[in-house]
Design a protein around this ligand. Structure first.
Ligand SMILES: *Cc1c(COP(=O)(O)O)cnc(C)c1O
Length: 395
């Protein structure tokens, strides 16, 4: 019998974590149940004291959710995973499960807006101080860590600038003071970047994005070593209750079967579109990790096995040109979501990052002319034609 853990990712995405009921169904079942019944009072006692590892209550664990968690762990190469109701629930659990008053957190400034809220506003209310650094500048990470630093947190590539952080180097800086590194790996996807192999302690995903990939449900997942998940994460999640619905877990589980196919195809199309966009007279800069013009192209090659599905476009004509481009697109829809089968574009300065102060936006490199483009599964030629005509209209 093959060791299941040694199977390659494409196989794990189809078979990993599957458990079958007494009916031996081919497709994974949805266990849409809150509770579980016990054959005897003695069995219930054993379930509660841990002598019998079976299910107790779906806020703690559920068979469909467990299949999704196991499949994610096999894909990521993690010892353990815990699913949550949204990406933000995953980030919150990953950070709060292992922190206490007096601790210090260092995070890259270029974070998803809600992640920034947790680090810079929520944690300080509970006595956890935080320092924000320019993630791409390793000297700033080195200068920020202290013996009180418990957690480092980053996103790479970052939203929406596609700026990268050297994950291996930051993990090493963390280890020098005994701090653990948490990586939000949404933009890279589990297909193109393996933060745990690069030295991160914990990886978090908004499964809402590429893992669902078809714009249907929210979800999240935290992945790490078995001991930390068991001792720190599980008690936090069990008692605070950000449980993923079994129905949504089933949607996400079935989505994983096609994750690699979808994301590779989207990334191939993104690479082609980045070429077209970068060469157009209306564009000041295209930022795509797989593009040779990306300021950190060498780092992208070192820590990512593909450029991903997201492109940032900086228009020469500022906000007006960005709006003209967005409004001229016929196939690409205007939406602040990402990682969908449908191509989506958004103007961060007036949508996702509208509440970020102008000087902070400037510091982050989010210009008035910047658009964030999530490349979908449409025919690459149709997308290329649509983007080209809209760029012409934006001139
Ligand atoms: C969307 C997103 C989140 C939050 O995920 P939700 O599922 O919307 O809660 C966190 N980080 C990144 C990078 C994201 O893109």
């Amino acid at each position: 019998m093959t060791d299941k853990k040694s199977l390659r990712p494409a196989t794990q995405l189809v078979h990993g974590g599957t458990t079958r009921s007494q009916f031996s169904e081919t497709s994974e079942a949805i266990f849409l149940t809150q509770g579980f019944v016990y054959p005897s009072a003695e069995a219930a006692e054993a379930r509660f004291n841990g002598d019998d590892p079976g299910y107790v209550y779906s806020r703690y664990a559920n068979p469909t959710v467990a299949m999704f968690e196991e499949r994610m762990a096999l894909l990521e190469g993690a010892e353990a995973a815990k699913a949550t109701a949204s990406g933000m629930a995953a980030v919150t659990a990953a950070l709060l499960a292992d922190i206490e008053a007096g601790d210090h957190v260092v995070a890259s400034r270029a974070l998803f807006g809600s992640c920034l809220y947790i680090v810079s506003q929520l944690l300080p209310r509970f006595g956890v101080t935080s320092t924000l650094v320019d993630g791409s500048n390793l000297d700033e990470w080195r200068a920020a860590v202290t013996p009180k630093t418990k957690t480092l947190f980053l996103e790479s590539p970052a939203n929406p600038t596609m700026e990268l952080v050297d994950i291996a180097a930051v993990a090493e800086i963390g280890r020098s003071v005994g701090a653990r590194l948490v990586v939000d790996n949404v933009f890279a996807t589990p297909v193109f970047q393996k933060p745990l192999e690069l030295g991160a302690h914990t990886v978090v995903y908004s499964a809402t994005k590429h893992i669902d990939g078809q714009g249907r449900c929210l979800g999240g997942v935290v992945l790490s070593n078995a001991e930390w998940v068991e001792e720190k994460l599980l008690p936090f999640v069990k008692h605070t209750g950000p449980a993923l619905s079994p129905f949504n877990a089933w949607v996400l589980l079935k989505s994983l079967e096609t994750l690699e196919l979808r994301v590779r195809r989207q990334a191939e199309t993104a690479a082609k579109l980045a070429e077209i966009i970068g060469a157009h007279a209306a564009v000041a800069r295209v930022l795509y990790p797989g593009h040779p013009d990306h300021p950190q192209a060498e780092l992208a090659r070192r820590q990512m096995s593909g450029g991903g599905t997201m492109i940032a476009i900086d228009m020469k004509g500022g906000k007006d040109a960005a709006f003209r481009l967005a409004n001229a697109l016929q196939i690409v829809s205007l939406s602040n979501n990402l990682g969908d089968a449908k191509s989506l574009i958004t103007h961060p300065a007036t949508t996702t990052h509208q509440n970020v102060a102008e000087d902070v936006r400037r510091e982050l490199g989010i210009t008035e002319g910047m658009l964030r483009f999530s490349v979908g599964l449409e025919d690459p030629e149709d997308l290329a034609e649509d983007v080209a005509q809209a760029l012409d209209a934006a001139l």
